[in-house]
Design a binder for this molecule. Structure first.
Ligand SMILES: [Zn+2]
Length: 99
């Protein structure tokens, strides 16, 4: 059986979905998670599918979306160039100090 290749448009280019990743952005603007968009038999082609994979329960999705979390599909190239998940979010500390 040949592998199904889903193509998506990201960063202004048409790419295989397998070359992409979903990034979760925290409300403060920092990246806080990544989900490979396609691997093996799994494929998350839409933002809704990515949300469901991260948070199977609707009330969880609603909660995070209400808090301002969002997901963005981007190419691995752009991910490597722009996103550093190992970097500590500098905002949490500032927010706690303001309490
Ligand atoms: Zn932050």
């Amino acid at each position: 059986m040949s592998e199904l290749t889903l193509m998506v448009q990201v960063d202004g280019q048409i790419r295989p979905l397998a070359d992409c990743t979903w990034i979760t952005w925290a409300p403060c603007g920092c990246p806080c998670g990544a989900l490979t968009a396609a691997f093996g038999d799994e494929a998350f082609a839409t933002e809704e599918q990515a949300w469901r994979e991260h948070y199977p329960l609707k009330r969880e999705r609603d909660k995070y979306q209400r808090q301002g979390y969002r997901m963005e599909l981007m190419s691995w190239d752009r991910y490597r160039a722009e996103v550093d998940l190992a970097a500590r979010c500098p905002h949490v500390k500032a927010k706690e100090a303001a309490r």
